[in-house]
Ligand binder design. Sequence first.
Ligand SMILES: O=C(O)/C=C/C(=O)CC(=O)CC(=O)O
Ligand SMILES: [Ca+2]
Ligand SMILES: [Mg+2]
Length: 365
Amino acid sequence: MSFGLDNLPYGVFSVDGGPPRVGVRLGDHVVDLAPLLGDDVFREPTLNPFMARGRGAWRATRGRVQDLLADDRGAEHLIPLDRVRLHLPVDVADYVDFYASLEHASNLGRMFRPDEEPLKPNWRHLPVGYHGRAGTVVVSGTDIRRPCGQRPSFGPSAKLDIEAEVGFVVGAGTGLCQPAGAFDEHVFGVVLVNDWSARDIQAWEYVPLGPFLGKSFATSVSAWVTPLDALDHARVEGRAQDPTPLDYLRRNAEWGLDLALEVRLNGEVVSTPAYRDMYWTPDQMLAHMTVNGASLRTGDLYASGTVSGEDSPGSLIELTWNGARPLKSGQSFLEDGDTVTITATTPSGLSLGEVTGRILPATVR
Ligand SMILES: O=C(O)/C=C/C(=O)CC(=O)CC(=O)O
Ligand SMILES: [Ca+2]
Ligand SMILES: [Mg+2]
């Protein structure tokens, strides 16, 4: 079952305008954790205080919840999903976005820098990334207003795009100049991410410092955070790397993940990217992000970058080759009223839920 006892993703919910609190999803229900476990950390409006307790507590809690639900002692704490409102599950501290797909980086290079090598010389040596805007991370289901900006004339973006990504939520942080430990000591779980991108604003503004307003207006994440412990069966060896990365980027464990993504535009499947094809794995991204002594905080979110395979890109700019090959619907980029939904499943059929959003017309300034 996609939301069975082997899954149990965490989220934050409220009922009838009451205070938001922490639950796990079981089938079409939310399990109210505070009364089930008698622990007030689950009465908090975000997962952060629970995540800050660290891996030992995450494991113990998951085991206890599985035991209680397996023999029905949780039945009185089940609330039907259609009665709840879901909230942003994490108070996002910092947000970093990587660029870890070889195919995506090569495709964008070909389109944006046609006279150069598609991949910059650094790309195979380190996971390239940039700091995004934590304050505009929104929960799945939030409407997205088309941004305005310089394209270079001022106006609403005419090239509004998606980026289908996988995000990693940091539970246990580090102090300043303290090296991060193992990936699973710090990372609590996984979310689906849509890193909305205004390609016309981006193309004009981002030389030489990098993405700014073209990507900072909104980033959507799934309401459910899938704990790493639920994904053990989906772990795979990362893709082969040439050249061999520096020691601090060596893979010590298998943290590639076999996640089959599906991108739907107004209900139609437009792409099915495979996360296992990514070049840089999430443990490598974590090692890179902290190698200079930068600390991690509970609630940090870092995303993989667009998940693109040979024939299954995670963005419309690749799918339509910057408008040269429109979709069957005739469109190349997002139109007002469009809805984009990204889902993912593991080989055993476990669901990572969805991240969805609908485009609202620009408010012209
Ligand atoms: O290659 C470029 O010029 C631009 C790349 C992106 O826009 C991608 C980005 O934000 C990172 C990613 O999602 O992979
Ligand atoms: Ca991105
Ligand atoms: Mg910040």
